[in-house]
Write a protein that binds this ligand. Structure first.
Ligand code: BGC
Length: 920
């Protein structure tokens, strides 16, 4: 807890509270009043979720406050203690089911306690209000399903609600969920009249329970707004028929994601709109002025808190409606937002919102507007709307006009070239005629396919070779001090060294902070000799993941943060996290995750922000800027269109160039341009046939050449690559294709595998055959070294690998120590120990035969300790049940006995046999 200050904790608690979204508050059931007595139902009052699952949730936390603890600590909440005790007992007898603790094994929900009428009647005697907490989780490699217990309530949960609603007429449901869930149950006639309040509390990190108490008690006035549309039925989402494919998903909805779709084609299907959320206060919103100033539209909005009682904040959202033109446009698109300060009762704030006119442009990928591959403003009226949700808007007139911003004739805002376009032809939706009910008719048009030659593009942009000079004794620190240019430093790197530097090592490399995701940069002795430090990266995004079990703070999940719409607060929060990363000698946080919420069932939606790219880009920029201010770097991920977890490394995202640019890449573009992101993680999936990690248009044409990105691009862990020109099969060792696309670092080869090409990648062969030039390797080496030069790794002394020495211990356990000269069968699957005998002093290599019965990208880890000294973290990916033998660690030992302990932090791995032999 050394670097977890009170301010960090307070900031996270406030962010969790501000991210909660109040959807219903009939009769002002909330906040709880002094005279109320509250009965809290649902086991998640104890088993309160703080985060989703997988790499994004695997933080070992020093503590975590659940809902009931939060309520108990809150002086304004009178609890029904009898019921709290009952749930305590129930959870004790029916402990949390974590599915065994393995990768993607945790169930989406926990089984509820069955409620009897007798209990309910007795509880009702003391309590006048009931709170029902429903919990859900999901995560990496575990999408949600449209089934009970996942997207829908279970029978037992529904039964609980019906019973509570039949005894109480004042009921609030609290959704401790990682993602939106089906809300149709709220209209069930058996509960509708008693269900007065609905609160999306999301997963709030370790302070989640305190934050919930703050909202329920009124200490914090709700001010969160949905960053997704909740529709009545899941089949209403336009991506529903093209989600969860086995081979590919054709993004037929095109740019019409979320409210862009609903407001254009099916506005009646919306149960809770994008941007919506209630407060305990009321606010009046008045547009004071809207005018053109140079290249911008300036909007001044007065917001008054009309409440007599509550302090509060409001989020003002500005949308626009572009003329349909020939391209076709969504009826609404968010273009700016601003959150007020905490306004006293009756206080007014004047918000000044600036909108670049260029941001109203659409991308023409077909040429129908008259310009092809360009952002254009088609002629016509661009109407502006201001309000506090996508459904509660007032039209705002600009200047002296009686209407919006007028464009007389087509304006080209930015001329680009065709990039990343599909090779498969398919149809996308487009607005047709406007119907009387306010919806546009849905028509279809063919998506333009690829015409440009990637081969020519790559060849004509090949970098020039820097002539190899051999070692001139120039260190990277000399470049930092301005004594030599980076080019002259790179000129010293041999082909082998250049190949080494594009390989990251992990997980759990001993070269960097133990238990983290990867080491990169100085991963080989020769690179270290040249003064390249070993940089470290760790998951992310909601806290630092260290698989050793080392603890770190955990903040709310991405969706919760985004729902706060509080850019400053999020920036502050990640500044604290940047400091924490620095304290742990970690340079890069693997996050923010910022894929678009294309479909509600994506398991990793919790790490991401919104269905809207402007919200995603703004929140991601706040995070990258905050981390930078705190001394670290955020890797924006997963670039791009990684929109489902099932089959994530094979399922092709087939998307039009327009939808990519306007929706799926837009947030990343903002994080690069506004958030100054200097690190990108590519996705596992192919995009239009080319895997992200070897996709030249993605990583070079768009990211670097168009957006001006300066920094490193890394793959996702054990990603696959295929040929950037020909496409075809993808493999994990086509690193040449990766370098060619200018994805700089392969994450990850095994520990100590970078220098010896542990993954048997094809770099040397490709150089030899001319499929890759050394100049391309040098280009990536420059990207990596430039990044490291600006990172905190540069400030740390170069750590050369030493061999750990461990002294022998007195064997007090009364068990004979065994010799491990030959592999001894152990079969350890959970925390175990073994006394081991060493006959003479020397350097010993511990190796093990192990297996993990899971698919390749599943992760499992255990710590190895000898005489209670940490030696290493053994990480193993799913081996499909096959056994593998691996070096575990080299250690200096002395004659005597050693207690070898295995501490299974991430279960799944099975240590079948162990051997400890002296190294010659
Ligand atoms: C995930 C990434 C994560 C990486 C390292 C991958 O499985 O997709 O988001 O950062 O592992 O843990």
């Amino acid at each position: 807890m050394n670097c977890i200050s009170k301010d960090y904790i307070g900031c996270s608690r406030l962010a969790a509270a501000e991210g909660m979204v109040l959807l219903k508050n009939d009769g002002n059931i909330l906040p709880i009043k002094a005279e109320d007595n509250v009965a809290v139902f649902g086991r998640c009052q104890i088993d309160y979720y703080k985060s989703g699952t997988g790499s994004g949730g695997s933080v070992h936390v020093p503590y975590s406050v659940n809902a009931i603890e939060g309520f108990k600590k809150c002086e304004f909440i009178n609890l029904n203690e009898e019921l709290a005790w009952k749930y305590g007992k129930f959870v004790e007898e029916n402990p949390f089911d974590n599915g065994g603790g393995g990768w993607a094994a945790e169930p989406w929900h926990q089984e509820e306690m069955v409620l009897g009428d007798e209990l309910l009647s007795s509880i009702r005697e003391t309590s006048n209000k009931a709170l029902v907490i429903i919990g859900r989780t999901a995560g990496e490699e575990q999408d949600n399903h449209d089934t009970e217990g996942s997207y829908r309530l279970t029978e037992l949960e529904m039964d609980m609600l019906i019973k509570v609603c039949s005894h109480f007429d004042q009921v609030v449901i609290v959704l401790n969920v990682s993602n939106i869930i089906d809300m149709s149950f709220t209209n069930d006639e058996r509960i509708v009249s008693s269900l007065k309040g609905i609160l999306y509390a999301w997963h709030g990190g370790v302070e989640g329970g305190n934050a919930l108490a703050d909202i329920i008690s009124g200490k914090v006035n709700p001010c969160g707004k949905l960053t997704d549309t909740i529709s009545y039925q899941i089949s209403d989402y336009p991506s529903h028929s093209s989600f969860d494919g086995d081979v590919m998903n054709c993004y037929e909805e095109d740019i019409y994601v979320g409210y862009r779709y609903f407001e254009t084609f099916n506005h009646q299907a919306v149960q809770y709109p994008f941007g919506y959320g209630l407060s305990y206060s009321d606010f009046t919103i008045e547009v004071k002025e809207a005018k053109i100033k140079g290249e911008h539209i300036l909007v001044k909005v007065g917001v008054t808190n009309t409440s007599d009682q509550y302090f509060g904040k409001e989020v003002i959202q500005v949308y626009y409606e572009a003329p349909q033109g020939l391209l076709g446009k969504p009826k609404l698109q968010l273009t700016a937002f601003a959150k007020t300060q905490l306004l006293k009762p009756k206080e007014e704030e004047l918000l000044q919102i600036t909108i670049p006119i260029s941001s109203l442009a659409s991308y023409d990928d077909s040429g129908i507007s008259g310009k092809v591959n360009a952002y254009v403003l088609e002629a016509g009226e661009y109407k502006l709307y201001v309000g506090n949700s996508s459904k509660n808007l007032i039209e705002c007139t600009i200047g002296e006009n009686n209407g919006g911003y007028m464009v007389e004739s087509l304006v080209v805002v930015e001329q680009l070239s065709q990039a990343l376009s599909p090779v498969i032809s398919f149809n996308r939706i487009k607005p047709g005629l406007l119907n009387a009910d306010g919806n546009y008719e849905k028509v279809y048009e063919e998506v333009p396919t690829k015409k440009s030659s990637i081969k020519n593009r790559i060849i004509s942009n090949l970098p020039n070779t820097i002539r190899y000079t051999g070692n001139k004794g120039i260190l990277l620190s000399d470049v930092k001090e301005g004594k030599y240019s980076l080019e002259s430093f790179i000129a010293q790197l041999s082909s082998d060294e250049l190949q080494t530097i594009v390989r990251g090592e992990g997980m759990g490399s001993l070269k960097v902070t133990y238990g983290t995701a990867a080491a990169f940069g100085g991963v080989g002795s020769k690179l270290l000799q040249k003064g390249i430090p070993t940089a470290c990266c760790a998951d992310g995004p909601s806290g630092i993941r260290m698989d050793t079990g080392e603890t770190a703070f955990q903040v709310p999940i991405g969706t919760a943060l985004a729902c706060s719409w509080n850019v400053e607060l999020i920036k502050d929060l990640y500044t604290y996290m940047g400091n924490e990363l620095q304290d742990h000698k970690i340079d890069v946080l693997l996050g923010p995750g910022m894929n678009i919420h294309r479909h509600p069932l994506n398991g990793r939606n919790f790490e991401y922000f919104s269905e809207d790219p402007y919200v995603s880009g703004t929140i991601a920029s706040a995070i990258t800027s905050g981390l930078k201010q705190g001394g670290a770097v955020g890797a924006i991920k997963h670039f791009a269109a990684n929109d489902q977890e099932r089959g994530r490394s094979v399922v092709d995202s087939v998307v039009s160039e327009r939808a990519l640019r306007e929706i799926h890449l837009k947030g990343f573009e903002m994080a690069v341009k506004d958030g100054e992101a200097t690190s990108v993680m590519t996705a596992y999936n192919p995009i239009n046939g080319i895997w992200a990690a070897s996709n030249y248009d993605l990583n070079t044409t768009i990211l670097r050449n168009e957006w001006g990105f300066k920094g490193i691009v890394m793959t996702d862990w054990w990603a696959k690559m295929n040929d950037p020109v020909e496409g075809g099969q993808a493999t994990i060792n086509n690193t040449a294709a990766m370098v060619r696309s200018q994805n700089d670092i392969y994450m990850v080869v095994n520990n100590d595998g970078a220098e010896v090409n542990g993954y048997k990648d094809n770099l040397a062969k490709a150089i030899e055959s001319g499929h890759l030039t050394e100049a391309e390797l040098q280009r990536s080496a420059i990207n990596i070294c430039e990044f490291i030069l600006n990172s905190s790794a540069m400030k740390r002394p170069i750590k050369t690998e030493g061999i750990k020495a461990i002294v022998s211990a007195t064997n007090k356990d009364n068990v004979a120590a065994i010799s491990l000269n030959e592999e001894v069968e152990v079969g350890f699957t959970k925390d175990s120990s073994l006394w081991v005998k060493v006959d003479k002093d020397g350097i010993y290599r511990l190796s093990a035969t192990m297996r993990y019965d899971a698919f390749n990208s599943a992760q499992s880890a255990c710590n190895l300790l000898m005489n209670n000294v940490f030696v290493t973290t053994i990480n193993l990916n799913g081996t499909g049940g096959n056994s593998v033998s691996k070096k575990v660690a080299d250690v200096q030992l002395y004659e005597g006995d050693y207690l070898l302990k295995l501490d299974f932090v991430k279960p799944g791995i099975e240590i079948i046999g162990i051997k400890l032999i002296e190294v010659e």
